[in-house]
Write a protein that binds this ligand. Structure first.
Ligand code: GTP
Length: 203
């Protein structure tokens, strides 16, 4: 049985990282921006179909990423919705709201619309149920932004509850001293508070 993995991208940095990563995965697997396998040649024994580790195949023959994108602020997900790969991702896997976490861990952790979080959990559960041999979950997010640090930590706790026996991999972007955003002086605090939360669920 092919092992599968699900990917969760949270906040602007997480979503952008995910967007670029899925572009590369698609290229590697010969999947076009419309989700179709470009080189499918049934007569060529070496022309293997795309791996189902990262993508699942719909009855229509379209390959869909095993991923969800979450950001309460819609701008980064709108870049995907309006970008070249807009047809690759089903709309239900692109989850955005209409609020900002103001660059603040507390807002990202406590203040994000519960409906958005519950929808994301349901969607992730659906993706997991679609797997026959789920091996693990990858979460990408920044530790400096309010969403990445706060919602990232909260969602990781929810994942730990929902998938206690699965491996979890965190792809976290730490704030950089060289490239600090002068508009967000909370970044180092967000990173410390978020790292503390992750410490509680790491095993
Ligand atoms: N590597 C990388 N880092 C990014 C990118 N966008 C933002 N960052 C970093 O992420 C941190 C800010 O977090 P964001 O992800 O932009 O913010 P957020 O998590 O959406 O939360 P908000 O504060 O609500 O915007 C800063 O340390 C940025 O340097 C990106 O495209 N690539």
């Amino acid at each position: 049985m092919t092992p599968e993995s699900c990917h969760i991208h949270i906040g602007q940095a997480g979503v952008r990282l995910g967007h670029s990563t899925w572009e590369l995965y698609s290229l590697e697997q010969n999947i076009g921006s419309d989700g179709r396998n470009n080189d499918a040649n049934p007569d060529d024994p070496w022309d293997l179909p795309p791996s189902t580790t990262l993508f699942y195949e719909r009855e229509t023959g379209k390959y869909v990423p095993r991923s969800i994108f979450i950001d309460p602020d819609p701008s980064s997900i709108d870049e995907i919705r309006n970008g070249t790969f807009k047809s690759l991702f089903p709309p239900e896997q692109l989850l955005s709201g209409n609020e900002s976490t103001s660059g603040n861990f507390a807002h990202g952790y406590h203040g994000v619309d519960k409906q958005l979080i519950n929808t994301a959990r349901d969607q992730l559960r659906r993706l997991a149920e679609n797997c026959s041999n789920l091996q693990g979950l990858f979460v990408s997010h920044s530790l400096g932004g309010g969403t990445g640090s706060g919602l990232g930590a909260l969602f990781a706790e929810k994942i730990a509850e929902d998938f206690p026996k699965k491996s979890k991999f965190q792809l976290a972007i730490y704030p950089s001293l060289q490239d600090q955003d002068p508009a967000n002086t909370f970044e180092p605090y967000n990173a410390v508070l978020s790292t503390h939360r992750f410490g509680n669920i790491a095993k």
